[in-house]
Write a protein that binds this ligand. Structure first.
Ligand SMILES: [Zn+2]
Length: 102
């Protein structure tokens, strides 16, 4: 199993969720309201080869600093950026010390 849950926490405590894809070593950028939805929709889409469904972009420019935490590889967390309106991760997709592909 090379996928793990990931939680994105905004400065005011608001949380959104995605998955960490250990195969390509990065987060999926689409955020959803619960981990159940993440596993259902994101993992379901990935298994169905609907890769576009696991990605999202911020189009409003109101992304904010967030903390990403994942239980992948024994657990890791790092600072990134995300937009709660567009439900998209816009910043770092990998833990500190990993090469960011972006
Ligand atoms: Zn946005």
């Amino acid at each position: 199993m090379s996928r793990a849950s990931a939680t994105v926490t905004f400065a005011d405590g608001h949380q959104l969720f995605t998955l960490y894809n250990g195969t390509v070593d990065q987060l999926w950028t689409r955020l959803v309201d619960s981990l159940d939805v993440a596993w259902d929709e994101l993992w379901g889409a990935y298994k169905g080869a609907d890769f576009a469904a696991t990605d999202a972009e911020c189009t409003c420019g109101q992304d904010e600093p967030v903390t990403v935490s994942t239980d992948y590889g024994g657990g890791d967390s790092w600072m990134s950026w995300a937009c709660r309106h567009c439900k998209a991760v816009t910043g770092r997709l990998v833990p500190d010390g990993y090469d960011d592909p972006y």
